[in-house]
Design a protein. Structure first.
Length: 547
């Protein structure tokens, strides 16, 4: 049954939008179903980023389907040589071939092996505009994207979805029916391969302008008891009708989730000149996430024993006791390299024995350098690679990678030779998510007192609450201690990693509270030590104590 507008009329036929919200003529995107006339053999292709589809420079009928002559691909004809030819034709920044994957069709579930030989001249691979190969970038260009017009009158090309938060429906900016504000839709072909739950959620997050949807739960049926696994492919029938849309349930907002704004304006080309124009990674507390599998680096059980394995694991929420196993204090060393110190175990990430052999374990270990300093096996280069980073050991020159390309929990993280240009390349690409704020980054640094050479990292409220529960602090301080007006500060310190607690005490019905900064770092935020909830105090009835 097709829903009606509030005035009783049916919703309009679907016409897609680019990211600026402007409509274009549907005839621009309707591809001819006829086989191209006899003549030169062409290879047809689409180009994707994780968030959607790029316009092609070498397009023919459709702006979003490119083509090159088969004779333009240099021998030997392999997946890698075809990929390089497509990258060069589109003037895209992937000279080493480690930032892209090639799929035989846009519906393919696995990428093609770069070393595999292909018969480009036999009119099967990318033979028509309707069945192009898909070139998929691992990163998003820092420029507005334009997305394709949808095919009118063919519902099989449309994906419908309904938005929820934890309390009910949310309004979609892609809504097309006033009686169904939570229901959105878009062209299925604009989802990057492989078309799994992750790709669909990234596309929706981009269209809605809310990155939090990347972390949402996706359900394929209203009666489903568990969310669809993130890495599992979606059946094309899922979300193909308004009556049975995909259901996107947003997680609770949490500290560290980044934000993007909905981009507007004309299409801009992806310039190669700015690909590596990134600042050096600043020091701070980070989670380190794999580019492909979205698992993070952690110290097994947060164990401080020397030789404890560094492994991959599902990203822990802020309230989880496992969070500190996944937090790393990243600091510059005297040689200009970086060290990684685990916040739970206090040990440093080390390539075991400094061996250059593939699959050498990466472990946690106490400092082993001269005079108590960092050893070269514990020093790492952080190398920019598009929108991600590679982590290379100073001693062995091998890279941090997932063992055997696996993505399951407790997959060992190992040292491995550079895998650029192979199907395993994504395993050595990592994203750093800053989980702290320094004094110099805050808009109002005058609220702090800087102590000598120390840096002050500002944790989110939920992290403070977790610290309080997981340490002896919860038993050290009781309400009765603060029944009278009292001010104090406390430093909880392990080696050179300190967590500073500011305490706010109420004169009447006194209760100890923590403080941190609000999300834009412009003011003090007072929070309950037990659950991280915001506490409101009148300024004339409270006293402050902090470092």
């Amino acid at each position: 049954m097709i829903p009606l507008h509030s005035d009783g009329s049916s919703p309009p036929p679907y016409k897609g939008q680019d990211d600026s919200g402007s409509h274009r003529s549907g005839s621009d995107s309707v591809l001819s179903s006829k086989k191209p006339a006899s003549g030169p053999r062409y290879v047809y292709y689409r180009v994707y980023t994780p968030d959607g589809m790029l316009a092609c420079k070498k397009h023919d009928q459709s702006l979003f389907v490119g083509r090159i002559k088969a004779t333009s691909v240099p021998p030997p004809h392999t997946v890698a040589s075809l990929k390089r030819a497509l990258v060069q034709a589109e003037e895209l920044p992937d000279p080493d071939g480690d930032l892209t994957r090639l799929f035989e069709t846009t519906d393919a579930g696995t990428e093609m092996v770069p070393s595999a030989h292909v018969n480009i001249m036999n009119e099967s691979l990318g033979a028509t505009p309707q069945i192009p190969v898909a070139l998929v970038f691992l990163i998003n260009p820092d420029t507005p994207l334009q997305f394709p017009e949808d095919y009118e009158g063919d519902a099989s090309h449309i994906l419908y979805y309904r938005l929820y938060n934890r309390g009910g429906e949310e309004t979609s900016i892609r809504s097309f029916d006033t009686s169904e504000p939570a229901l959105g839709r878009f062209e299925r072909e604009s989802v990057a391969p492989p078309r799994n739950a992750i790709s669909v959620k990234r596309r929706i997050a981009r269209l809605e302008g809310k990155p939090i949807y990347q972390l949402a739960d996706l359900f394929t049926d209203v009666m489903a008891e568990i969310a669809h696994p993130s890495a599992s492919l979606l059946d094309p029938i899922c979300g193909s009708s308004m009556e049975n849309p995909l259901m996107i349930v947003s997680p609770e907002p949490r500290a560290g989730a980044y934000s993007i704004s909905r981009q507007t304006g004309p299409v801009k080309r992806w310039s190669t000149s700015g690909v590596n124009n990134f600042k050096p990674l600043p020091e701070g507390i980070y989670t380190v996430t794999n580019s492909r599998h979205l698992v993070v680096m952690e110290l097994h059980d947060g164990n401080s024993w020397n030789g404890t394995v560094v492994q991959a694991y599902t990203n822990a929420p802020v309230t989880s006791k496992h969070l500190f196993n996944q937090l790393w204090l990243v600091q510059r060393t005297s040689s200009g390299h970086y060290s990684f110190r685990n916040l739970r175990g206090g040990t440093y990430m080390e390539l075991q024995g400094g061996k250059a052999a593939n699959n050498t374990k990466i472990v946690g270990y106490e400092v082993q350098g001269l005079d108590g300093g960092i050893s070269i096996n514990q020093e790492w280069e952080i190398i920019q690679a598009g929108g991600y980073y590679k982590i290379r050991n100073r001693n062995s020159k091998t890279y941090v990678n997932l063992k055997d390309g696996r993505s399951g929990n407790e997959t060992p993280i190992v040292g491995f030779a550079d895998t650029a240009g192979t199907s395993a390349a994504q395993g050595e690409l990592w994203q750093f998510t800053l989980r702290s704020v320094t004094v110099s980054d805050a808009p109002y640094p005058h609220i702090f007192v800087t102590f000598l050479c120390y840096s002050l990292y500002v944790p989110p409220a939920a992290l403070l609450a977790h610290l309080w529960r997981e340490t002896p602090l919860v038993s050290m301080f009781r309400k009765s201690v603060f029944s009278d007006q009292y001010q104090m500060g406390l430093a909880f310190k392990t080696a050179d990693i300190s967590v500073l607690f500011g305490l706010v005490c109420q004169q009447d019905n006194g209760e100890a509270c923590n403080w941190t900064l609000n999300e834009d770092h412009s003011s003090i935020l007072v929070v309950s030590p037990m659950d991280g909830s915001v506490v409101k105090y009148a300024n004339d009835h409270s006293s402050w104590g902090f470092f």
